[in-house]
Design a protein around this ligand. Structure first.
Ligand code: SF4
Length: 83
């Protein structure tokens, strides 16, 4: 697969998505661990960064087992919502 990197910002953070690394574990969107309003493979684009709080997004990104999802704080972002 082509080595593509996509980014999606909610103002506080930028979510990085590397499709070539995704193992399709479904952890980010399915079941109790999932956050479907943000990570929805049935939508295009499949990531909607406005769909949940920054803290909720960070939790799911950190659960991604493959490293396909990562994030960084945008410059000047308030990090209090990240725990
Ligand atoms: S949690 Fe990571 S590896 Fe699993 S489906 Fe989501 S992006 Fe892919």
């Amino acid at each position: 697969m082509e080595d593509v990197t996509k980014s999606y910002s909610n103002g506080d953070i930028t979510i990085i998505w590397k499709p070539s690394l995704c193992q399709h574990s479904t952890l980010c969107w399915k079941g109790e661990s999932g956050l479907l309003p943000v990570f929805n493979p049935f939508k295009k684009p499949w990531i909607t960064p406005s769909g949940a709080t920054t803290g909720e997004i960070i939790k799911r990104v950190r659960n991604c087992p493959s490293g396909a999802l990562s994030f960084y704080y945008n410059e000047g972002a308030d990090k209090k919502d990240s725990q």
